[in-house]
Ligand binder design. Structure first.
Ligand code: NAD
Length: 367
């Protein structure tokens, strides 16, 4: 499948204009474009503009709600419970994180629960928001959508790709950001591989009979065919670790926040991906150790990087560095495969048919 290149600024404008056409206010359209294009810029095409067709279907089905704000369910100062009211994840989570950061400034720490957000995208984006304010943040997220990840030892999917994320600001240097799905790979990466017609690495997928496979198509079965499952991260000897972390994301992200865990009774929607998130945001300065922190990070990073390289590696990175490298590489243009481009053109046509206006097909901007 061929790959096209779209100027980054033009892609940003197109996404912004698409959501304005759908009815988002200027802030929501801007934040949504900034987040989705930002995910592509960071190298995570799985959580970039390729999610838009799903968002549009969810909006058409009256699942995703535009222009919602968070409402406060419970406020105990440093403990904050918020409902996202099924709003656009890119806008409601920005609002929720801003509140959590404000509380962490006041109290040193904020434990914030956010329930019922529409897909809140690349969770690292929210850790970066906290880091930009000088805060460390830890995120546990569950995913309410069709189950796609098998539990360790099981062959049938029982939960989602439950991301776990930690952001750590470093004075005078970029933050460290650990941000990954607890599945071997994110479903979006399977979607991208399927759209490109390429295999995924071994150890990521089981087919519908529970047999390991590299074919991404097992996650997108035809009518009447059974779906396969993603495996938790960790491979043959460590799959129990990804699985156990996924369980904690489910329970802390959803059960503790008053959101729903994933079960047939809680999966009553068709197109939406709902996320629930627990975020622990705190000010490291309030631990009184921040002056030595930057030095420790630097000294540790130097030590880690001094490890002799394995053949085929050209360096050792710290969490967050691959994303920064990608941002430099993609500053001017972003690659979009032709399958995703066709889906995005279809999404624009859907907005046009409902609202009578749209920015037109994205393929017009592709080279
Ligand atoms: P991934 O496997 O690409 O891992 C990314 C993490 O590993 C980053 O922290 C990155 O800095 C670090 N990393 C990568 N290569 C590295 C290296 N060589 N050295 C050091 N660190 C390295 O990520 P993923 O599991 O595919 O997840 C992709 C995105 O999907 C994440 O942003 C996640 O938040 C998002 N996600 C969201 C949802 C949702 O429902 N909202 C669900 C699942 C995943």
């Amino acid at each position: 499948m061929s790959e096209h290149h779209i100027p980054t600024a033009a892609l940003h404008r197109w996404v912004n204009d698409l959501w304005l056409a759908a009815g988002s206010d200027a802030r929501e359209a801007r934040l949504t474009a900034h987040h989705l294009v930002g995910a592509n810029l960071s190298g995570h095409d799985s959580h970039g503009v390729g999610m838009i067709p799903k968002y549009v279907l969810s909006w058409q089905a009256d699942e995703l709600q535009l222009n919602r704000n968070v409402s406060v369910l419970h406020d105990a100062g440093s403990m904050l419970s918020l409902d996202a009211n099924r709003g656009m994840g890119q806008a409601v989570t920005e609002e929720a994180m801003a509140l959590a950061i404000e509380r962490a400034r006041a109290h040193g720490v904020c434990v914030m629960g956010l329930r019922q957000s529409h897909h809140l995208g690349r969770v690292g984006h929210w850790a970066e928001q906290a880091c930009a304010a000088g805060m460390i943040s830890i995120h546990f997220v569950n995913v309410l959508s069709k189950p796609i990840v098998a539990p360790h030892g099981g062959s049938e999917a029982r939960f989602g790709t439950n991301p776990f994320t930690v952001g750590v600001p470093v004075a005078g240097a970029p933050p460290l950001v650990l941000d990954f799905a607890t599945s071997a790979i994110a479903l979006g990466k399977v979607r991208v591989a399927n759209n490109k017609g390429v295999d995924v690495p071994a150890g990521c997928l089981l087919d519908a009979d529970g047999v390991p496979t590299t074919r991404p198509g097992v996650m997108f079965p035809g009518e009447g065919e059974a779906q396969g499952a993603l495996q938790a991260f960790g491979g043959e000897s460590g799959g129990h670790k990804g699985y156990a972390l996924a369980v904690m994301c489910e329970l802390l992200g959803a059960a503790v926040t008053g959101g729903h865990t994933i079960r047939p009774e809680t999966l009553t929607h068709r197109h939406a991906v709902w996320n629930n998130m627990l975020a622990i945001v705190f000010d490291p300065e309030r631990l009184g150790t921040s002056t030595s922190f930057g030095d420790e990070v630097q000294a540790f990073a130097d030590w880690v990087r001094s490890s002799r390289l394995l053949p085929g590696n050209d360096g050792i990175a710290l969490p967050g560095e691959p994303e920064r490298q990608r941002r430099r590489e993609r500053a001017e243009t972003i690659p979009v495969d032709s399958g995703t481009l066709a889906q995005l053109d279809d999404a624009a046509a859907r907005v046009q048919s409902v609202r009578g206006t749209s920015p037109g097909p994205l393929s017009r901007l592709a080279a």
